[in-house]
Design a protein around this ligand. Sequence first.
Ligand code: DP6
Length: 325
Amino acid sequence: MQSTSSARAHTNIALIKYWGKKNQELIIPTTSSLSLTLDKFYTDTKVTFDDKLTADTFYLNHQQMVGPIADKTFAFLKLIRQQAQIDTFATIESINHVPTAAGLASSASAFAALAGAGSKAAGLTLTKQALSRLARRGSGSAARSIFGGFSEWHAGDNDLNSFAHPIQENVTMDIQMITVVVDAHEKKITSRMGMQHALLTSPFYQTWVNEAAKDLVAMKAAIVANDFEALGTLAENNALQMHSLNLSAKPGFTYFNGSTLEILDLVQNLRKQQILAFATMDAGPNVKIIAQSKDTATIIDILKQAFPHVQVEIAKPGHGLIYLD
Ligand code: DP6
């Protein structure tokens, strides 16, 4: 017997970040988070369960994967097999339209696409909520990529009540993200390691948890009010708070490099020239500039003058998980 399914999921960038787990095995976060799914970066994944296979295999961008990425992927397949009560091995073929592991959240689109294609190929018919819970087990941020537009991952406290839900799938606000890739190499400290280290050793961790709850309420209000400036202000501040946890960990560390800080400075200076632009950064040195479409050409001009070598892409709000079969 052979059964195949293909799915596409887009990356998301958190405006209110997830940075720490209260349950590492089940991936239950310490705080709820909120993100924007982007149209530009996505993963296409095809999963084929086949009785004739004697092991799982994983091809990423046509290359067979071994090592930690493959192990994480096979562990996730096990979860799907458990749910579907099958013991068939599978072949996974993924094409990543995201620079892998450079802080552009490739694991979010990867595990959301795998949850979709894998569960369907295994014969399961899951609701979006169940898909979000499943995707979460691969990588927390993947829970949010099941949905398009603005999506909130409600932290919950157990496997059943920790999942994402849409806040606004068809985004009405004029909002874009200019991704500025200063370094496309793989990150040295994974988000999984970084957040756990911050949680265990930063004296400010509990403050982060308290502030995140307030930020989330304010962010949802900004979305409802279509208030771009409030959204951007909150997102930049929340990102900087997350990164301050890493600096204050013992030993302290950072995902930033010199270019990250220079671009952050440039973004803050744009605001002094009445151009509304805000920065957010994840587990890597790259900066995502949150901007309105009317300003993007000007912002990219100024950016390119200061940093001729950075790679720049404009992303708009994207949609949630889709099947390609
Ligand atoms: C900085 O979802 O990659 O992008 O659950 O351990 O796989 P794991 O972590 P992951 O962490 C994402 C961290 C972040 C913030 C965010 O997306 O909310």
